[in-house]
Design a protein around this ligand. Structure first.
Ligand code: SAH
Ligand code: SF4
Length: 377
């Protein structure tokens, strides 16, 4: 007889859970109660769920479970950034990063094991691609982090005691800026976003969830309709010639079309602007000319620019631009009226900064080989 799959409830949003409950002859409203126990209270067994009947607990135990992804390692930076490495299976691992400050506590989540987009300046891209994460593996990172941080917070590890930080605001922001291209894993991402927004689960506002993308244009339009959260675009070059080289996805989805998609997205976005990420790479994309080109392409769009000093990683052939070059670049953009900020590097001593996440990826695409044959700089 065919064995039925045992479902991990961690990965079910309200709609899917209600459907499952209906299928086993239960009231759909119980989905809210279950979601609350699982995500708000971090329960991983049905036993202590006080408003769930014994009969339902028995039925659920037969067909489902609640299980977070297994932790492999935890690294804590001197600046209190925390990086967790999770075993996805025997040969693959992904990374999640918690970045605490007094005003916001951000969790940076992975969406794929590796990344097939293959940007030349990114450690994740260099690893190649293995597979998409499923919804329970995406939301599982948030589930795990909340639990782990709460334990640390009880010992006032972060020095937050005076700030009235509790279970509900221990993570204030989520950024889909870990390993992978979230918009190439759209079907698994969407229910995870729903759970982040669900008041019975994590209750984050749309403004406080950011999807960062290399520019998968059709999916930007789709996200605008399905679940408009804040959007960040990894731009990194002001013209197609350079962007084609740094980010090969640009050959398929060039800058002009990407900016059109952004213009549409702004109309749906919870913020009235799009964030453009621009990584400063020495002698590659950091000249004054590049700044002027950037002004030219962005001047008619409601946007902010987030400058990221390039973070190096083993075997990377790039270097970070000098401090003076970065400040000249920022000044040119600011003087032209573009709101520009420099992203503070966090957790670089534990390889947790932007672009440094590598996890452990058994490459299925042979990207690493292609990379080697395409050395261009
Ligand atoms: N795939 C998505 C999200 C993950 S990357 C995307 O590309 O947007 C998160 C951010 O880090 C992106 O803006 C990415 O371009 C940037 N990044 C990648 N490698 C980097 C590096 N070595 N130094 C600084 N930023 C980097
Ligand atoms: Fe993938 Fe983003 Fe890295 Fe490019 S920058 S390789 S899209 S994770």
């Amino acid at each position: 007889m065919e064995q039925k799959e045992n479902i991990n409830l961690l990965g079910l949003n309200k709609l899917s859970l209600a459907r499952l409950l209906k299928n086993i002859g239960e009231k759909e409203f119980r989905s809210d109660q279950l979601i609350k126990w699982i995500h708000k209270h971090n329960y991983d067994s049905f036993e202590k769920m006080s408003n769930i009947s014994l009969n339902l607990k028995k039925k659920l135990t037969e067909i489902s479970h609640i299980k977070s992804i297994p932790l492999k390692d935890e690294y804590i930076s001197k600046d209190k950034t925390i990086k967790w490495i999770f075993n996805i299976d025997k040969n693959n691992a992904i990374e999640t990063v918690y970045i605490p400050t007094k005003t916001r506590r951000t969790l940076c989540i992975s969406s794929q094991v590796g990344c097939a987009v293959n940007c030349s300046f990114c450690s994740t891209g260099k690893q190649g691609f293995n597979r998409n994460l499923s919804t329970h593996e995406i939301i599982g990172q948030l589930w795990f982090a909340k639990k782990a941080i709460n334990n640390l917070q009880n010992n006032d590890f972060f020095g937050f005691k005076s700030l009235n930080i509790n279970n509900n605001n221990i993570i204030t922001n989520v950024v889909m800026m870990g390993m992978g291209e979230p918009l190439l894993n759209y079907d698994q991402l969407l229910p995870a976003l729903n759970l982040m927004l669900d008041d019975n689960a994590y209750g984050l506002s749309r403004r406080k969830i950011t999807v960062s993308t290399s520019g998968i244009i059709p999916m930007i339009y789709k996200l605008a309709k399905d679940c408009p959260v804040s959007l960040a675009i990894s731009l990194h070059a002001p013209n197609n010639n350079l962007r084609d080289i740094l980010m090969p996805i640009n050959i398929k989805y060039p800058i002009e079309e990407l900016l059109n998609a952004c213009e549409t997205y702004v109309r749906y976005s919870p913020k009235n602007f799009i964030t453009f990420e621009y990584c400063m790479i020495k002698n590659v994309n950091d000249s004054k000319m590049h700044a002027y080109e950037l002004i030219n392409i962005l001047k008619n769009l409601n946007c902010k620019i987030n400058i990221i000093p390039f973070n190096s990683f083993p075997n990377s052939k790039f270097e970070c631009s000098d401090e003076n070059t970065i400040s000249d670049f920022v000044n040119i953009l600011s003087q032209a009226g573009l709101i520009t900020t420099i992203r503070k590097t966090r957790g670089d001593d534990i390889y947790a900064a932007c672009g440094q996440l590598a996890g452990n990826v058994q490459d299925k695409t042979k990207i690493t080989f292609i990379n080697k044959s395409k050395e261009f700089l």
